[in-house]
Design a protein around this ligand. Structure first.
Ligand SMILES: [Zn+2]
Ligand SMILES: [Zn+2]
Length: 331
């Protein structure tokens, strides 16, 4: 099979590898659609967890190619998506319902081979039935489950006024999920006018390209979906006294965020972050299958596997129109 391997930061090599055999309790999945995530960009740049070489890709859907021994829920041909974070279920964090901080944490596409290949093996417990959902939409199960976990952490009150900084794929999923939670007003800001317009078409009440046009001290919650440390620090400006900040975007490892400390005290702020997800895949699939969260409009590019590096570069350049880039390893 063909696989795109990041052999060291900033170097991707196409490799011909033998088909991975599922161990007992595992499945092999034929990958039909695999989303490039900001995390993959960080892995490519050497700014994230994990070691090299690695086959990236943790947002994907496909069909079951082969079920290993003792697999009970799936058979060959089933249409599935994969929850990439794999917990051991047997450490102090797993036993305290904090599986996302498993001490033996493994992640498909980070610490074990991922979905930027024609086939990948995963444990059965990481696999979810997507039914008739198109593969490209199934590939959004993972980012949407992370978004839902973040919103569980944020715990918005009814009729909240929310500002979202960044209208890339994650910001646009946040926008839709926050509207479903009964927000009274959602504003979205992205310096890229195409993305700001997309936010408007997906239900943002205000979509802006200039952060300085956003009302100060106004929002019950401000959510950063950029992961850019300079923008993350600005969240403090727009949140109302007593409000909440959710730092959702993934910043590059090693960078410092500078904020004035006094306003945190003066405004009595709650500042939250969110790491991966916690059993949110069923919820994510429910929203995708029902059409309550729409993802078709988020896909800007579809590329063959050999063009993974080009896809990463498109995201890094962040030009107009670039939103979600999907890799199709088997077409
Ligand atoms: Zn991701
Ligand atoms: Zn564990």
């Amino acid at each position: 099979m063909q696989a795109a391997v990041i052999i060291q930061p900033k170097r991707i090599e196409m490799q011909e590898l033998s088909l991975p055999e599922p161990a007992p309790g595992e499945l092999s999945v034929r990958v039909m659609a695999s989303g490039i995530c900001g995390t993959d960009v960080h892995i490519f740049e050497g700014e994230y967890l994990g070691s090299y070489p690695v086959i990236p890709g943790h947002e994907f859907a496909g069909t079951v190619e082969k079920a290993g021994g003792s697999v009970t829920r799936f058979k060959a041909g089933d249409r599935v998506a994969v929850e990439p974070n794999i917990a051991c279920d047997n450490c102090v964090n797993c036993l305290n319902n904090r599986h996302n901080f498993c001490l033996n944490w493994q992640a498909v596409g980070v610490t074990r081979p991922g979905g930027m290949a024609q086939y990948v093996t995963v444990p059965e417990k990481a696999v979810f039935d997507i039914g008739d959902l198109p593969f490209e939409q199934g590939a959004f199960m993972e980012p949407l489950s992370c978004v839902l976990h973040g919103l569980e952490r944020l715990d918005l009150a009814a009729a909240a006024r929310v500002a979202i900084l960044g209208a890339g794929p994650i910001g646009l999923l946040l926008l839709q999920a926050i509207r479903l939670q009964g927000a009274a007003e959602v504003a979205a800001v992205d310096k890229n006018p195409d993305r700001a317009a997309l936010a408007g078409s997906l239900g943002a009440d205000r979509s802006l390209t200039d952060l300085d046009e956003l009302a100060r001290d106004a929002y019950d919650a401000v959510v950063d979906a950029t992961g850019a440390v300079a923008v993350m620090g600005r969240t403090l400006d727009f949140v109302r006294p007593g409000g909440k900040i959710l730092l959702f975007g993934v910043p590059p490892a090693g960078q410092e965020m500078t904020v004035e400390a006094f306003p945190i005290f003066r405004k009595g702020l709650t500042i939250l972050s969110s790491f991966t997800s916690l059993r949110n895949s069923y919820q994510a699939l429910s929203l995708l299958k029902s059409g309550r969260v729409r993802v078709d409009g988020l896909i800007s590019h579809r590329l063959p596997l050999e063009e993974l590096q080009r896809g990463i570069e498109l995201i890094e350049e962040g030009r107009e129109q670039v939103c979600k880039v999907i890799v199709l390893p088997n077409s």
